[in-house]
Design a protein around this ligand. Structure first.
Ligand code: SF4
Ligand code: SF4
Length: 144
């Protein structure tokens, strides 16, 4: 049996509360005005992504999940690992801005008051060591 941490349990519970009265693609289109249905799954986005080794879904798989309205993509590590470097968006032959899609997926979660980072887990020692700008970026990306 797979072990599930307390944090993962809490996140799963919170994600279940996210409203599902629209398809994922409709919701994302409202948030980022991108059209994903032109994706022909060539994998160019995945090939250039610097974090691909750490991701549980490749960027092309993220798009496939969206097209198929598979909401489990919202539990994916990938959307939080994305560093918004725009490499995928620059290289996509269909001109799909995957970076904006990743951001919109994060927004769906954050707008439902699900914080991705639990600040109480950061130790005093880490607070002293980590540069303030890193916290600013972290708040922008992970806190709703
Ligand atoms: S590069 Fe563009 S067309 Fe190719 S898989 Fe990625 S999103 Fe789809
Ligand atoms: S924007 Fe995100 S998904 Fe695209 S290449 Fe960069 S890290 Fe990977």
């Amino acid at each position: 049996m797979t072990e599930v941490s307390g944090n993962e349990c809490r996140e799963k519970h919170e994600l279940e509360k996210i409203r599902i009265d629209h398809s994922l693609a409709e919701e994302l289109k409202d948030l980022c005005e991108e059209e994903f249905f032109g994706c022909y799954q060539c994998g160019t986005c995945a090939a250039g992504c610097p974090f691909i080794e750490e991701m549980d879904l490749t960027p092309d798989e993220v798009i496939r999940h969206v097209i198929m309205d598979k909401r489990e993509v919202l539990s994916s590590k990938t959307i939080w690992l994305c560093a918004s470097c725009y490499t995928c968006a620059e290289r996509c032959p269909r001109d799909i801005n995957i970076t904006k899609l990743m951001e919109a997926l994060r927004q769906i979660i954050l707008r439902n008051s699900v914080d991705k980072t639990d600040m109480s887990c950061i130790t005093d020692e880490e607070l002293k060591k980590i540069p303030q700008i890193a916290f600013v970026s972290l708040f922008r990306k992970n806190i709703g």
